[in-house]
Structure formats: C-alpha cells, structure tokens
Write a protein that binds this ligand. Sequence first.
Ligand SMILES: [Zn+2]
Length: 297
Amino acid sequence: MLAGYFDEPPQPGGVPLSREEAIYYSREGLALRQEMVWNGRKLWDRQYVDGNGGNLSCRIGEDLVLCTPSMVSKADLTISDLCLVDLDGKEMLGRFRKTSELLLHLEIYKANPNARAVVHCHPPHATAYAIAGIVPPEDVVPEQEVFVGPVALAPYDTPGTQAFAETILPFVNSHNSILLANHGVVCWADTVTHAEWFVEVLDTYCRTLLLAYQLRAPIQRISKDKISDLLRLKQRLGLPDARLEENGAKGSYEFPKPMTPEFVSEPPGGIELLAREITQAVTAHLVGNGNHPSRRR
Ligand SMILES: [Zn+2]
C-alpha cells in the first residue's frame, strides 16, 4: 500500500505520521535526500571535504530544510542520516544531530528566497584564495563567468556561530558563490546538484589560475565586448548575475529544465495532500490489522 513513498517504513504503531514524517518520507523527500547523498559523495571524491567537514542542505516545502548531520563523512552518508529542521534550526527529525554550520545555511535561505539549496565545503584551491584573502580575478575563463560570475570574500569569524553565519549577508543577493576567509566556500542554487556544480567550477577556476601564475606570464583577460556576449548567453540561460541586474535584467534563478537532473516531481496536490493521504492510509492499515501498540519516539 505504501510502496513508493517510504525508504524505511516508520515505526509500526497506532500513531499517525506527523506532518514532518510525511514530508521526510514522501517521494520528494526521498528524491532530495538521495540527491544530497550523491552530491556529498561527489564532494568527497573531489577532495573538497575531509573528515566530517562540509555540509549540504536544501529546502523542502515552505518552512523546512533537509541538512547533513554533524560528525558524518560525506563518503559514508546514507539517505537515512539526513536531518529535517525548520527555518529557526529546530531539529524536527533525524537520528543524528544537525550540522554545526546550519546557521550559515539558514541565513542564506532567509536572506535570499531564490536559494533552495546550499553547499559549504573546503575545496583546496578556492580555499587557498580564501586564506590569502584574495578574490580571483574576473573575465578570464568563460565557464566561471557563465556559471559562477563574480566571487565575493566574506570576512572571517568563528565557524558555527551566528556572527559567522551573518558574514555572508552583504553578498548573498548579488553572488551565488562566496569565499569564507580562512575557512572555505559556500555556494547556493536552485538545487543541491547545481550548488555543487558551482563549487566544482569555482575550485577548478582557482586551480587553473594557480597553475597559470606558475608560467610567469601575465594572465590574459577576455575583452569587455566578449564578456558582454557571455552575459547575454547567461541571460538566455536564465542565470542571475549582478552585472546583468545592474542593467535591469533579472535572471530566473532556475536552470532551464533540460539541465536539471531527473528527479521525482512533487505529487499532484502537493506535499500537504500527500501527507494527509499517507496519514489516512497508515491509520486505516493499522486499524484494519488491529495493531495499536504505542510507537517508540
Ligand atoms: Zn567549514
């Protein structure tokens, strides 16, 4: 009866699923958790996260956020490890504690409603710029200009604190990728997959620059005319860029559909309806089986 909705059935018992449980175990919840696990693995494979470092999150519904847990390597992450929190950081579901960097993610979501997913990690080449306090130059490589655009450098503060989370606020509406001084990077996008792409593009860009500097020749810049061509391409793709918005053109903050990985779409009627249907189905099933033990919490 419930096949397709749950990766793990909740504890058996007579208590209906809570709204948060219904959302966590919904098709959308499962697809988003799977996407986070895949992208965590990509970060680890690319050596952007060491030990238990780095964290990912994405919004689900209007008021909830899925996030990675504290003290779990992104190489070992499973779909059952992810935490569900609200926009105040209150833990709603999860067998592990939420990431200690959640405040940073929440500040981004609160400040920019177009941010639906956030990836924070410590990729070595971009972090090299962050510890040197240097913002990479613009107008050098097309991929960087089209997908990431200008990069900001947020000042240092102690990781995990509210003061640290707020360091990104001056930049979060005009940048999708921010260097965190003496720490790492944070990128946001419409999906976790796209935020992870920004990390890859940015770190590869920084690595390429570092290699080019070793050649001891001046870095060649793309001309302003040709940068305008790239910005027009970016506009056609619907990607935001502060340089475009200065001229009154707004990006949609969403990638064109063909570029979006194939995920299970939200069920007809949305999460709320699905939550009600699951609750009713579970209750009917349990009552039908005469199965009423109280559920462990
Ligand atoms: Zn960090």
